[in-house]
Every structure is written in C-alpha cells, then in structure tokens.
Design a protein around this ligand. Structure first.
Ligand code: COI
Length: 369
C-alpha cells in the first residue's frame, strides 16, 4: 500500500469539474496533481493536491540551467472500463535514463507508478471514452535548488499533471526537411527527454509552420545526411513493401510508440528494417515509386500519416499512399491500448484497485471529518 497523502480539497474540485466539449491536446487540465520531493537523494512521501502554480526559488536550477526531464503517457478508458496504461514502466525507465544524463535522481518505479496511478484514479471520471482520446499524463522532474552556481541541484520535485486530450495531430502531415538547424549535438542530450531539446526545436517549428508545413524533419547533426526524427515523433517509411525506420543514435529520442510499432508490424508479418536512412535516398525512393508511404508516431500523436516531404526550396515529394498501412497499424495499436483486442505483448497495465477506488474511499472520509 502506498503512503501518499491527499489534500481533501481535491474532492470538491473534482466533483465540480466540467470537461469542455472540445478537448484539443494538453489544454484542459485535471484539477489534481501529484508531487514527491527528493532531498539529498532521499525520496519523501508523495502528496496529491490541487492543480495550481508551484512555488519555485527564482534562482532554481531548472529556471537557469534547464535541469528538467519529462515523460508523456496515457491512461485509457474506452468502453468505460477500469482505466489502463500502456507500457508505463518503459516511461519510467526512459525517465531514469534521461535523469542520469541530466545528473538528476532516478524516480523509482514505485514513486512513478504511485504518481500516475493516483492522478489517474482520482481523475477517472474525466478520462474521455471516445476511441483515440485519453488522459494524457505528464510526469516531470525539476531541479529546485536555488543557487546560481553551475552544479546539480540537491533538491528535486517530481510532479504528475494530467490532461484529458485528443490526439496531438490529427490528419495528414506535410513535413519540411530542416537543412540548417540542429535539434541536438553529438555528445549532447538528444536521446534524453529533456526540455532543452524541445526548446532547441521551437525556432525551426515556427519557421516550418509559417511556410505552411506541420513539422520539421531533423537530420543527423554531423553530416546532415541521415533522417533522425520529427520533434516529438519518430518516422517510418514503407520501401519496397518493407517498413524502414532510422536506427537509434545518441542524438534522438527512443520512442516507446516507435518500439511498439516495430513489434506490432513484425507480429502482423511485415519485414521491419532499422537502419541509417539517407534523406537523398528516401527522396529518390519517393520519386521512383519505391517508397509508397511515410508515417510518424509518438505517444501524443499515436500514428500520423505523412502526405508530403518538402525540401528547403519547397520541392515537394508527395507520397502516393497516405494512411494505408499507417491506418492499419493505428487501429491495431489502439485496439490493444483501448483493450478491444488481445494483448499478445503484455503491454497493457490496468489501474490497481486501491487507486481506482481512491475517490470513493477518501471522499467519504473527507465528509466524515
Ligand atoms: C509525447 O508524445 O508524449 C511527447 O512528449 C511529444 C510532445 C512534444 C507532445
């Protein structure tokens, strides 16, 4: 049994919460949040309170030196079943990897699971029940020590917030090859899920969107020759009937959806190839008709088809097939995540009863006191 505390004010906030019709992504927030502090390497008991601004020392390391890591995962409740997660320990492991890179303490699996489970259990009535929608969970860890010297923090806060959401990007994406900028450097933090990588991608995203495209396509930062990722999504291309995806490098993020798509596609009988993919070769393969389909995937985005890859001079390489294999993989993946089908991989993790019953158990106690 976990030993976190719940501020009783959250029950009124949850009872009076009205979920808007239009959710979008990450805009609507559950009124509760979880927090556990780590002081000098010791994890303190977790607390659930109201979603509210947090107090941060103006000299905190997170504000000046970006000592921060985060995760994104979802709780599903399609069919109004008991909520479930999808491979949550993969997120915990990736967060531990990111934390090591940023000289931060690893959030232990039990603290990570307690945080996401408490917020999901308390927010269960806010979880959308339409296919493709979910409660997007955002666990994050920040360096709180208020000293301006360049050194790791001694105090950290691990928080979990949640947002009833639709998919991040619905529809076909036009992507623009980023020929100038880099998202991450060799020896840098590209493989860690840390805010600085996303900050570094923002200027490119702004320019890309101003030109009428949806996402920048990042190339390797050394030669600028090989496909790496879209910010926040990994890429797949169907070439000669085989599914190709860039093999992992230390400069881009290992997607959990990427890993799941690889296993799922193999399970469905597809040949999957992880390899270096030179951008010129991919463009040539689109021109010649060998590459018939491209799609991106990520936790927030699920699986999103790409209709056009454009070069810096706006030369457009149109994909003849849009959302064909992508649609099949998306529906098979959602069938597992939303529990309409068998889960041959053991990916689905149901919310434990103690968390499912949190609202009822504690609301009664709060009223009695
Ligand atoms: C996710 O897919 O969970 C992400 O972290 C991407 C984010 C930029 C929306």
């Amino acid at each position: 049994m976990s030993n976190f505390s719940i501020d009783p004010v959250v029950f009124d906030a949850l009872a009076s919460f009205k979920t808007p019709e239009q959710l979008g992504f990450g805009r609507v927030k559950s009124p509760v949040m979880y927090r556990a502090n780590c002081i000098d390497g010791e994890w303190q008991a977790g607390e659930v309170g109201l979603y509210a601004p947090i107090s941060v020392d103006p000299a905190a390391k997170v504000l000046h030196y970006a000592q921060e890591v985060f995760e994104g995962l979802k709780a599903y409740r399609v069919g109004e079943r008991k909520p479930n997660f999808f491979r949550p320990l993969k997120n915990q492991q990736r967060m531990a990897f990111s934390a090591r890179r940023m000289v931060m303490p690893e959030v232990p699996p039990e603290v990570f699971m307690e945080g996401i489970s408490a917020i999901t259990g308390l927010s269960k009535d806010l979880i959308p029940v339409k296919s493709g929608e979910s409660l997007y969970l955002r666990p994050f860890l920040i360096g709180m020590t208020g000293e301006l010297g360049m050194a790791p923090s001694s105090e950290y806060a691990f928080l979990v917030i949640a947002s009833p959401s639709q998919a991040y990007h619905a529809g076909h994406m036009k992507v623009l090859i980023e020929r100038e900028g880099c998202r991450a450097a060799v020896g840098g933090t590209g493989a860690a899920k840390t805010g600085g990588n996303y900050a570094a991608a923002t200027l490119s995203a702004k320019r890309t969107q101003a030109r009428g495209y949806h996402q920048s396509l990042w190339l390797d930062p050394v030669k600028r020759e090989n496909v790496e990722e879209l910010s926040g999504m990994n890429l797949f291309a169907l070439i000669d009937g085989e599914l190709h995806t860039p093999e992992l490098t230390p400069t881009f993020l290992e997607g959990i959806t990427r890993d799941s798509v690889i296993d799922l596609a193999k399970h469905l009988g597809h040949q999957v190839v992880e390899r270096t993919i030179p951008i010129e070769e991919l463009l040539q393969d689109i021109r010649s008709g060998r590459c018939t389909e491209v799609f991106a995937c990520g936790t927030a985005a699920i699986i999103s088809p790409v209709s056009v890859i454009a070069d810096a001079d706006d030369t457009a390489y149109e994909l003849p097939q849009v959302d064909d294999l992508a649609a099949t993989l998306r529906s098979r993946l959602l069938d597992i995540q939303e529990r309409r089908s068998e889960d041959p991989f053991g990916w689905v993790v149901e919310l434990e009863d103690e968390y499912y019953n949190l609202a009822e158990t504690n609301a009664g106690a709060a009223e009695a006191s």
